[in-house]
Design a protein around this ligand. Structure first.
Ligand SMILES: [Zn+2]
Ligand SMILES: [Zn+2]
Length: 393
């Protein structure tokens, strides 16, 4: 049976995959500056015979490694390798506290094992390992989508370390808004009646948003900070600004909430006489819509490999650019649990003791095997993207 051989191959390349995980961990770099990591991963792919494109689609720290051709499905494994700022003694160093080094290692192992099996058995299709930079900051998967990276991709797999093992992953759609107000400076005590207070407009916007919270669905999160609150107490602030993240469980509902929050800013401008400018960051991350068939397939293989995937009691309320991928391509994005090893959660400093541990390495092989075995089902049975008893899109 091919799956057994696939697992054997994954065992054979296991040490290399662990080295990939460890090397990326040892070279933490921030998003869009993963120069060492992306070059190292591209070199590794080239060394084992993938055809590699560096600076993929104009992104300097993206890469794409392909093996095979389009006479069958193209299945992509998405690597990440950006680190987080703020770890270490000076607070300026970077660290892999989200475990993206593990994502690099596990997707490498899945792609490399399938490549070797394809060489031995000749199954049809293309194996793609795509380097997706800056998940934590600049959402480069969205850039890659816009530039056509997933146009000829039939399925996508990725796993991330987290609290408990599950294929029932969720995320909130998220947009970043900036509200800027222009008022009129005046002496705050001698002639306040001649001024227009831009800071008041910021405070009234927050007040409006706080009232709005009662009238949106409970999944919505709106959280912000004041970016500019004026220069001096004795000057009526002629400029003030704030930045808010707005999140919702559904990307379409998110747009409704963004409009309502924007109306709070417009109303605040009217109340104070200030002029409001509303700016929105270019990218909006979407909620996660895993393909049910692929997710069940991945869950089945995880279970066979000894994991006990759960349905989480608490909805995951972060945001990630793989949400946008799930709207573009049938995707299975799952979490590999680490809570039985450590009580540390991702982004905590303590998670640095998890992300490249022996435990994480063992789980790397489970994830790689489960993702590769699920992809193998698609390669061997193209056109049916789930076992017969599973519902598909
Ligand atoms: Zn993270
Ligand atoms: Zn992460």
């Amino acid at each position: 049976m091919y799956t057994e051989r696939l697992y054997q191959i994954e065992d054979e390349i296991g040490k290399t995959a662990e080295r990939v995980c460890t090397e990326v961990f040892a070279h933490p770099e921030p998003g869009d500056a993963e120069i060492w990591s992306s070059a190292f991963l591209a070199d590794e792919a080239e060394r084992i015979g993938f055809s590699v494109t560096r600076s993929y689609l104009g992104l300097p720290t993206s890469f794409r490694a392909d093996f095979g051709d389009e006479d069958g499905p193209t299945i992509a494994f998405l690597a990440e390798y950006d680190a987080l700022p703020g770890y270490g003694e000076s607070g300026k160093e970077y660290g892999h506290a989200c475990g993206h080094n593990w994502i690099a290692g596990s997707t490498y192992a899945a792609a490399a094992a399938l490549k070797k099996l394809k060489e031995e058995t000749g199954f049809r299709g293309r194996i793609s390992w795509i380097g997706t930079p800056a998940e934590e900051t600049n959402n480069r998967k969205i850039t890659l989508i816009e530039r056509g990276a997933f146009r000829n991709v039939d399925a996508v797999f990725q796993m991330h370390l987290g609290w408990e093992t599950t294929v029932h992953t969720t995320a909130l759609a998220c947009a970043v808004l900036h509200y800027e107000f222009e008022g009129k400076a005046a002496h705050a005590s001698a002639a306040p009646e001649t001024g227009i207070n831009a800071l008041d407009a910021v405070m009234l916007t927050f007040a409006g948003i706080n009232c709005l919270r009662q009238h949106v669905t409970p999944d919505v999160r709106i959280h912000g900070v004041v970016r500019d609150g004026g220069q001096a107490p004795n000057v009526v602030p002629d400029h003030a600004s704030m930045e808010v993240y707005i999140r919702a469980a559904d990307k379409d509902y998110l747009e409704e909430v963004i409009e309502k929050a924007g109306n709070c800013a417009k109303g605040a401008a009217m109340m104070t006489g200030a002029k409001a400018k509303i700016l929105r960051d270019e990218t909006t991350t979407y909620d996660i819509r895993n393909h049910p068939g692929l997710a069940k397939m991945l869950e089945k293989h995880l279970t066979e490999l000894g994991e006990t995937p759960v349905i989480p009691k608490k909805t995951m309320t972060g945001s990630t650019d793989i949400g946008n991928v799930t709207y573009e391509v049938p995707t299975a994005y799952a979490i590999m649990g680490t809570s039985e090893f450590s009580g540390a959660r991702t982004h905590e400093a303590e998670f640095l003791t998890v992300a490249d541990s022996g435990y994480a390495h063992r789980k790397l092989h489970v994830a790689a095997k489960a993702m590769a075995a699920s992809a193998l089902e698609l390669y061997l049975h193209p056109g049916t993207d789930a076992p017969a008893d599973h519902s598909c899109l």
